[in-house]
Design a protein around this ligand. Structure first.
Ligand code: NAD
Ligand code: UDP
Length: 308
């Protein structure tokens, strides 16, 4: 098949492009390189089945494809808050452009949505049936509400135009090729630990996150794309939940760092707890994460050491 991956030069997108090529597909990687980088896909450029297109998905594009994975969107709070208007445009106009393309060429399209659609959740763990608790006017809203509208557009194009859609709600994912400066907790803590600099825990570190290794996520996304007759939304994530303080201590132990832990102010609207309920993914796809946190972190730490 000919597969389009928007945001293909980013962290998750580059791993997805790699796996799709391994499976024998032709891959078109589309990216504007806002947070992605050519170094993430350098090793794919010699493959004759791989094409790279520099393009911004807020503008329409004409391509002939069978599958569209729509990942283009900055994912780190630091980057999505850098130009929040552009972040909303990327999610909303990007989804409209990709859905228009899917409709025209009758391609199946998968939207990379997010656990952020649950906001600061009042239901724990989060099931797909939960509608969420999102602040519509806060500093995270450009990302959260943009992704919620993208989900709405997916379902409306599906009902109104019969477009074959898939929605996955991705929970915190980590692994090699995360940008070392992207401000997310995994990259921050590992880089700080490797430099023996203070580990910046925001707030008291009692907030929780559940971390999924990138290869597990990509497997789930590909299974969802090829699952017939099920639009989602579907949670993809690792249900093992950690406080951010525990996570800081684990990174110090795994890196053998001399770093101290320091407290920084908790950002506005920072969700207090997050853990995916993945019952649906188990039932529909037979999917569950297989890489445990220490094994995934060992690979990620080795990667960050190599790019220091
Ligand atoms: P990333 O920032 O590494 O990748 C995003 C890619 O999209 C980058 O290559 C960037 O250059 C590109 N991009 C951004 N705006 C664009 C635009 N207007 N036009 C074309 N390309 C554009 O982030 P990631 O972690 O790889 O996330 C990939 C997708 O998965 C995103 O949609 C994100 O919202 C979603 N997601 C990721 C996580 C996670 O923990 N990594 C969690 C939930 C959802
Ligand atoms: N965080 C932290 N120190 C950092 C970066 C992040 O304590 O240097 C916290 C952040 O406040 C949040 C959690 O780690 O509670 C996850 O943050 P990240 O930006 O990785 O993702 P998200 O908040 O979108 O889940």
């Amino acid at each position: 098949m000919r597969v389009l991956v928007t945001g293909g030069a980013g962290f998750v997108g580059s791993h997805l492009c790699e796996r799709l090529l391994e499976q024998g597909h032709d891959v078109i990687c589309l990216d504007n390189f806002f947070t992605g980088s050519k170094s993430n896909i350098l090793h794919l450029l010699d493959n004759h089945r791989f094409e790279l297109v520099r393009h911004d998905i807020t503008e329409p594009i004409l391509l002939e494809v069978d599958r569209i994975y729509n990942l283009a969107c900055p994912a780190s709070p630091v980057h999505y808050q850098y130009n929040p208007v552009k972040t909303t445009k990327t999610s909303v106009m990007g989804a409209i452009n990709m859905l228009g393309l899917a409709k025209r060429v009758k391609a199946r399209i998968l939207q990379a949505s997010t656990s952020e659609v649950y906001g600061d959740p009042q239901v724990h763990p989060q099931k797909e049936s939960y509608w969420g608790n999102v602040n519509p006017i806060g500093i995270r809203s450009c990302y959260d509400e943009g992704k919620r509208v993208a989900e709405t557009l997916m379902m409306d194009y599906h009902r109104q135009n019969g477009v074959d859609v898939r929605i996955v709600r991705i929970f915190n994912t980590y692994g090699p090729r995360m940008a070392k400066n992207d401000g997310r907790v995994v990259s921050n803590f590992i880089m700080q630990a490797l430099h023996n600099e203070p580990i910046t825990v925001y707030g008291e570190g009692t907030q929780t996150r559940s971390f999924c290794f990138v290869s597990d996520l990509v497997e789930g996304m590909m299974r969802m794309m090829e699952c017939d007759g099920f639009t989602g939304p579907l949670n993809l994530g690792n249900p093992v939940e950690n406080t951010i303080m525990e996570f800081a201590e684990r990174i110090i132990a795994l890196t053998g760092s001399k770093s101290a832990i320091v407290s920084h102010p908790l950002p506005q609207d920072d969700p207090k707890q997050r853990q995916p309920d993945i019952t649906l993914a188990r039932e529909m796809l037979g999917w569950k994460p297989v890489v445990d946190l220490d094994a995934g972190l060992a690979q990620t730490i080795a990667y960050f050491r190599s790019v220091m």
